[in-house]
Write a protein that binds this ligand. Structure first.
Ligand code: SAM
Length: 380
């Protein structure tokens, strides 16, 4: 048994075995539960409808897949559009397919699909059978095809940094995903989409924008560019794009900048993706000939530092704390006429695994009650 499987089994054991379940099955169940909890952000139907329209769905006998279908919104909207465009009694079998790793989400997707069929005259029994055939409860990365199958790949692929993917699954994915696409689940899905879409097929996604411009995804873009070109990229609102943000309290939108993207499969076409960053909504000509920020500054995106007053403090609070523990912090309101003003805030610098000095500890403890519940883990 490897260290990873021991860790997973330990987690599974602490959650208990179900009847007739082996320890390996329990470890997998727990890993999938964890993965789903971290990645289930579902897409609102108006956004799905817009994207399907942009993809030209439905179209003749074209086949569509959502490889990570969650509760089945893409499948249901695609099915409704298909049935509305065909004569009564039309059998959509084989034209729409979904994959979902999480058993309960899969049941939800099947039942949503079956409901559409019933509303178009199918019997409950026939609709349930067809929905079960359409939606597979399987892992798309380890069990999905690797060769061109579908005219349209549509969905909102899971995004999760590899470090946060449960060990058991991450180890499996590393055997199925090329190294340049292993950094994030989203990259792994994009890479697989590029291989499974048919020539001249289309990929329509609602997705986090990072892969379009992050330096760490440049090899991914370059490799996708062997097969794909970008036909459309549009920013969406995080407040209205999703209807069930993952594990968040109501009113708190997911911390993601969503985009709607259409990619077209064009082998070797001139306009195919390259390693170069893409900035949706930005007029690149405005910046033509100018140097890049990265040429003279080392830029790293910091995590969100939380509600002001705890890790981000004003001048008055900063005066009582050791200067060596503070770094100037800037936000968009510090930029006036394109220039940084004098910083008015400071961020508290802590070091992983090191207890902050007594003054910082006293400050943090006095402000702990202001911290969002998810940030309080009983440690600083
Ligand atoms: C961001 S949600 C999107 C769901 C749906 N497409 C939508 O937009 O409403 C991603 C879903 O992918 C599923 N998922 C994650 N990894 C998967 C895998 N390897 N194979 C299949 N499904 C997966 C998660 O359980 C989750 O339900």
């Amino acid at each position: 048994m490897t260290a990873n499987s021991t860790a997973n089994t330990a987690t599974a054991s602490s959650q208990g075995l179900l009847m007739f379940e082996s320890e390996d099955e329990a470890a997998r169940r727990v890993a999938i539960e964890d993965l789903h909890a971290r990645t289930a952000i579902y897409t609102a139907s108006p956004v799905v409808d817009d994207l399907l329209l942009r993809l030209g769905w439905p179209s003749g006998t074209a086949r569509l897949v959502d490889p990570s279908c969650g509760g089945g919104m893409f499948l249901a909207r695609a099915l409704s559009a298909l049935l509305a465009a065909r004569p009564a009694g039309f059998d959509p079998c084989g034209q729409i397919e979904g994959w979902e790793i999480h058993p309960i989400a899969c049941i939800e997707a099947r039942s949503r699909v079956a409901g559409i069929l019933v509303s178009h005259g199918w019997s409950h029994a026939h609709a349930a059978t067809l929905a079960t055939d359409m939606v597979h409860n399987r892992d798309f990365l380890t069990e999905g095809p690797t060769t061109p199958q579908w005219d349209i790949v549509a969905g909102n692929p899971p995004y999760l940094r590899a470090a946060n993917v449960p060990d058991l699954l991450r180890t499996e994915y590393s055997r199925h995903v090329p190294d340049y696409a292993q950094g994030d689940l989203l990259h792994s899905f994009l890479e697989r989409y590029s291989r499974t879409v048919l020539p001249a097929g289309r990929i329509g996604l609602v997705t986090s924008d990072r892969w379009l411009f992050n330096q760490g995804a440049s090899r991914l873009r370059e490799n996708l560019g062997q097969r794909l070109s970008l036909a459309h990229a549009e920013r969406l609102s995080a407040e209205t794009t999703f209807y069930r943000p993952k594990q968040r309290r109501a009113g708190s939108p997911p911390r993601v900048h969503p985009v709607s993207v259409v990619l077209v499969s064009d082998d070797g076409a001139e306009q195919n993706l390259t390693g170069r960053p893409i900035h949706p909504g930005v007029d690149e000509e405005r910046y033509a000939g100018l140097g890049l920020l990265g040429d003279f500054a080392d830029v790293r995106i910091a995590p969100w530092l939380g509600t002001e007053g705890i890790f981000v403090i004003d001048a008055a609070t900063s005066r009582g704390l050791p200067p060596e523990c503070l770094v100037p912090a800037i936000d968009t309101d510090d930029i006036k006429d394109g220039m940084f003003g004098t910083p008015t805030r400071w961020a508290i610098r802590t070091v992983p695994g090191e207890r902050p000095c007594p003054e910082i500890m006293a400050h943090l403890e006095s402000r702990m009650h202001l911290m969002a519940r998810r940030g309080r883990q009983g440690k600083v």
